[in-house]
Design a binder for this molecule. Sequence first.
Ligand code: IPM
Ligand code: MN
Length: 357
Amino acid sequence: MKKYKIVLLSGDGIGPEISEVSKKVLKKLSKNHNLDIEIIEELFGGIAYEKYGTPAPDKTLDQCKKSDAVLLACVGDIKYDSLARELRPESGLLKLRSALNLFANIRPVKMRKSLLDASTLKKEIVEHVDLIVVRELIGGIYFGKPRGHITNTKIPKAFNTMVYDAAEIERITEIAIKIANQRNKKICSVDKSNVLEVSQLWRDTVLNITSKDKNISLSNMYVDNAAMQLIRDPGKFDVILTSNLFGDILSDLAAMLTGSIGMLPSASLNNDGPGVFEPVHGSAPDIAGKNIANPIAMLLSASMMLKIGLNEEEASENLETAIDKVLSKGFRTADLAYGSSEVLSCSEIGDKIMDEI
Ligand code: IPM
Ligand code: MN
């Protein structure tokens, strides 16, 4: 029996509800596929701040480093918005990404036939959507220094720095090339090089690295145009390669093509060491505790964890198929509901998925 140690961070808001479903599903998959997956739960985000005064306690980070993979639900709540920036749950997330050196964030966006009607866009626009956002995750304006507030001026000022060095751009480009080679071999690199020096370096470096692989066809797009093209004709994208901030924005946009951000998983990876697998959505404090959240993005993240993090392809496929079956039968959570579909709670849709495993 193969043994794995995973860390589960259920975090804040709807996190505990969707984690509960994920735990049950992982247990059933383990049984069916003869896997020994030890699930270690640690505090992270607002809940860790409440107990230890920091959103990313050392104990949590140490466990994550020692694990085979980390499954994370979501963190954050408006009640922490008034805390010093380094104490906020979001800063804990950035600390975790940086501590594990997770420079590559992979966000697949694929239209499921059963959800065609859940998209706010016309069917013929979204039916062929099958793209992956490859987002640089531990650089750019999120981490650039100097940053801060200047308060001794007449008018208060604040500033951040968008900075990349060529090595950071190279390594994320290599990841995009690897992924594109398993797909349609098309990379669209997104930047703002008509205005920003850092984007010019991005564009030049991406061109330099991709030109070494003759199989890859590279295009470049300014980020404003990319946002427009993603709405106009999303089916033409294959791999979108972009920086931290642009990737954050475009991946939320891309998520909505497929109906709900409640469907979008992600993997944050390094070249070695454990990855963090987490839904793209946030903690949705407005619906927390009501058992109405959609657990599927977290389940799809668990599926990515099985496939990429643990190399357990069969278990991963089993889970994906189970989710597809439940959706094809017309079962929906509230975020996906339309017309005559049957609306289930978070735990109910979890149980339906369990039945298909
Ligand atoms: C995401 C989130 C995070 C980000 C926040 C919560 C810090 O929006 O993973 O997309 O901006 O990266
Ligand atoms: Mn985001």
